[in-house]
Every structure is written in C-alpha cells, then in structure tokens.
Design a protein around this ligand. Structure first.
Ligand code: NOJ
Length: 514
C-alpha cells in the first residue's frame, strides 16, 4: 500500500539549477531552495521532487551522475541537503530526490574501473560490454572506440550515459548476462545502498528516472525490471516504510504492480496527455481540451487511457498528473492564463497525486533557447524562476551573462511579486485550488472518481466521492444535463450554477458542488 502521507500530497518539482541562487554564481543552489520553503508552503505544496543534485559533469543536466552520494559543488554540500531535509520537515514538507538507476556518467568511478585495461576487476560487469571492440546488438545503442578494454559498451540515453548492468531477461548472446548473475544482482544491491544512504539522512523517497528499462530484452510485462523494483520495495517496507517512490514509467498498471506508490501520466501521444495541453510536436490545429477556441476538443482522447489505468490501479496506488516537467513544454506554450486556470482546476481535483512544476503557478513561458547541458528543445522549460522585478527577476544577484539560462526578457514576464497582491492572478488561483483540495478529503488522492458527462465538444462533468465537478473550457456558456439538483457550490470560478436538470456553465467556468 502507498505511504499514507501521499493521500493529501501535492508535489512541487524543482529544477535546482534554476530556482534560487544565493551565492551570485548564476546557478540555483540548495540554500536557495531552503530560502523559498515558506513560499512553497504558501502555495499548498507539501512535497518536493528535486531533479538530480549530485556530483556530475552535467552533460545531461545531472542525469549523468558521477557520484551518487555527493551533492554537486555548484549546489552546495551534503550538509546543505541534510539541512534542507530538516527545514522542509519542520514545515510538513517531504522531499524526494531523483534516483538515476539505469546509467551513470562515463566519469563515475565504477565506469572508470569497468572500462580500464586492468581486467577483470570488481566492476568489469557493472556495465554492459559486448564481445568485441566494434559491435552492438539488436535494439541497443553501443559506443565503440572510447574504452581501454577491447570491447564496446551499451548506453541508455546520451553517449555520456553508459547503461548499468541489471542483466537480460532473454539472453541472446554470450556477453549478455542473465538477471540472476551475481554481478547483475550486485548492481541492484549497489543502487539499494545509494537509496539507503539518502533515506537515512532524511530524504523521503525518490522520483525514479527511466524506471521501466533496467533489464534489457525484457518481456512485454517488464517482468525482469519489475522483479528488481519488488525487491527494492521489500527493502523499503522493512527499513523505510514511509518512503515513497514515483516512477518515470507512464504505465501505472506495470509500475504500481512493481511496487511503486505513484506513476506519472506523461504527455506521450499514447497517453492522450498532450490533448489536454499540447506538446512540442503538435502540428496542425491546436485541439488542446482547455483551449477556449479549440476547433474539435474531446476529453475522451485523454480519458480513454486514463480511465482504463485508473480502474486497473485504483486499489494499488496513484497516477500522477503534472502541469509539465523539465522534459516537456510549459503549459503556457499552448494555453493563456484563463485557460491555464481551467487546466489546473482539472489537474488538481483529479485522483492520484498531482505535481506542479516550478513557475507554472505564475504561468512562466516556454522560451526558445539554444541547448544547455543536453537540454535541446527541453531547455526552454528550464529557465530561472521569476521572483520579482529586481535584477534577473530576483533569481540571482550575479551578472546576467553568468546566469544558467536567461530569464524571460518580455516586459510582461510573470513574477511572483507582481501576482501576490492580485486576487485574480494565476498564483492566487492555484493557491485557492490547492486549499480546496486540502479542505476536502473527497478531492484527494484516494477518493473515488467517476465520469458523469464526457460528450465530444462539450464541458466535462465528473464525480469525486460525494462532490460533483464541472468545467466548461469554451468561450461561450454551455448547459450540461446531470443529476445536480439540490447540490450547493463549494467553489465557483466564472459564472456557474445548478438548474433543474443540470448545471449552467458560463464561459470558461468551473464549479465544485456538494
Ligand atoms: C528522463 C529525464 O527526465 C531526462 O531529463 C533525462 O535526460 C533522461 N531520463 C535520461 O536520464
């Protein structure tokens, strides 16, 4: 069963490079996160996911880990991170770190030993080496010509990220080790050791990078990779029963059965997420459900996958919807502020555990920027948090040229300070939604969900426990027939009211009825 504290959890994702710089070097740091914990608490977020903050050459923004147990100097020290855990806990905020179990940096000590001419050694099989200096294998990317040993190695993502060896579910060639090979089991144990290290220093769990791809040539059900996570879960249940895990898997039916508490619904085309808020690829008409003037909106394009997952996993754990993340475009890319309010009303009242990406609460823009640290098109969603109208929009006292990435140059760049005093701002609307969620157990992770009305090109009406919710994304009023008679509003945005056969919804409105 998922950790109990997740029932009312709302996560805030922090890309540490870009959140708050306290030493004027142009890069965010852990002390900056500590400084802003009161702000995060004021939003109604009670949990954090911090992207990798470990020692790294930063060729993939820290997803290329050089030392799993050491904080990168640019962010501070391990002691700073322990203090962050303490300060967060004092405010009732839990902290998940990002675990990158599938690969390391090519500069990790394990890889240095594994690739050396001095063979065999304790790390010979920590990575996946092929049988000669120039060969790969079906479906696996390999790098030749880089290592001292006369062999090529398999990578998981970029060239700088050699894949750790958890074995093959189906062995096709002699160099492919089976999952139960002692050297593959040793890789799993080494990753458990990393988890124990941070959990025993106060971390509350992990977001797990590429959680579904540890074992190679796995079967359709990912039974090999799942067996590893079940083993990890057994360790957590025994040693850290409150620890939470959220998977980057985007298949809750598999991830939650493998022992995860939560799995992200990512904006892959096949999840339908990008039909709520469009992603980079979207050519043609923008039919995002929350666009005021979408030519052909249909919430079913999202629900057809979501409800199947929900029905299959509601007793096992949670699906996590997100505003966006460091890999996707910001929702402001396709939605304006009024549209974002409705999208957030939906995301933060659905079941499961929601995630808010830093800056989305003020509607930060996706910027068109050259790549930074392997970001490529993701770079535009990773710009510094915009706090106020001061130098560098309050992110850093350093010189503009030293910033990790530039801040939004627009004259109307949204900032926290500008939105604080405006009761209608996106910031304050987000706060109201999260306060509503915390005030009603029926809006939290566990409360039942059912679709009430989901016609194509129409508002969406759904039930959470004893509450009835409706959203009208259209720029015109719409009426929906549904059993709402006698119910009273607990939250209204725009003009919306109950009539004899249903709900009258004004343009771009949202209502929650009890
Ligand atoms: C997924 C992470 O979210 C992404 O940022 C990273 O580049 C890849 N995994 C590789 O670790």
């Amino acid at each position: 069963m998922p950790a109990k504290w997740l029932k009312d959890a709302v996560f805030y994702e922090i890309y540490p490079q870009s959140f708050k710089d306290t030493n004027a070097d142009g890069i965010g740091d852990l002390n900056g996160i500590v400084e802003k914990l009161d702000y995060i608490q004021s939003l109604g977020c009670n949990a954090l996911w911090i992207n990798p903050c470990y020692d790294s050459p930063f060729r993939d923004a820290g997803y290329d880990v050089r030392d799993y147990k050491k904080v990168a100097a640019r962010y501070g020290t391990n002691e700073d991170l322990y203090r962050l855990f303490d300060e967060a806990h004092r405010r009732g905020i839990r902290v998940l770190l990002d675990l990158v179990p599938g690969h390391t940096s090519e500069e990790h000590a394990w890889f240095r030993a594994s690739q050396s001419a001095d063979q065999p050694n304790a790390y010979t099989n920590r990575y996946i080496w092929t049988n000669n200096w120039f060969c790969g294998s079906r479906g696996l990317n390999y790098i030749a010509g880089e290592a001292e040993r006369a062999s090529a190695y398999i990578v998981n993502f970029f060239k700088c990220q050699p894949a750790l060896n958890y074995g093959f579910n189906r062995v096709e060639e002699p160099w492919q080790l089976p999952m139960d090979h002692p050297d593959c089991v040793a890789t799993r144990e080494a990753m458990k050791d990393v988890m124990r290290f941070w959990l025993s220093h106060g971390c509350d769990g992990f977001r797990v990078d590429m959680a579904n791809s540890l074992v190679k040539y796995d079967d359709e059900n990912k039974s090999g990779t799942s067996a590893i996570w079940k083993n990890v879960r057994a360790m957590l249940d025994e040693e850290f029963p409150e620890a939470a895990l959220v998977a980057e898997w985007s298949c809750p039916s598999q991830a939650l059965r493998a022992g995860y508490d939560m799995d992200f619904c990512l904006n892959n085309d096949d999840t339908g997420y990008s039909t709520l808020m469009r992603d980079y690829q979207g050519g043609g008409e923008d039919d995002s459900y929350f666009r005021k003037d979408a030519p052909a909106r249909d919430i079913n394009r999202f629900l057809k996958v979501y409800t199947r997952w929900y029905e299959d996993t509601k007793d096992l754990g949670y699906i996590s919807l997100l505003t966006c993340n460091h890999d996707t475009v910001r929702p402001r890319f396709s939605l304006d502020i009024d549209e974002l309010k409705l999208a957030y009303a939906f995301l933060f009242t659905m079941p499961g555990v929601p995630f808010l990406y830093y800056g989305d609460e003020i509607g930060m823009r996706y910027l068109d920027l050259p790549t930074k640290e392997g970001g490529y098109q993701r770079t535009g969603s990773r710009t510094p948090m915009q706090w106020d109208g001061s130098k560098n929009l309050g992110f850093s006292a350093g010189e503009a040229a030293s910033l990790y990435l530039p801040v939004d140059p627009a004259a109307d760049a949204p900032t926290v300070a500008a939105q604080e005093g405006d009761p209608d701002s996106l910031l304050n609307f987000t706060r109201k939604l999260l306060a509503l969620r915390h005030a009603h157990a029926d809006l939290q992770a566990d409360a039942p969900f059912a679709v009430v009305s989901a016609e194509p090109n129409a508002p969406f009406v759904w039930r959470r426990g004893k509450l009835l919710l409706a959203v009208n994304p259209f720029g015109q009023a719409r009426t929906v027939k549904c059993p709402a008679a006698g119910m009273t509003p607990v939250f209204t945005h725009g003009a919306a009211k109950v009539n004899a056969d249903g709900i009258e919804l004004g343009p771009q409105s949202f209502i929650v009825l009890e």
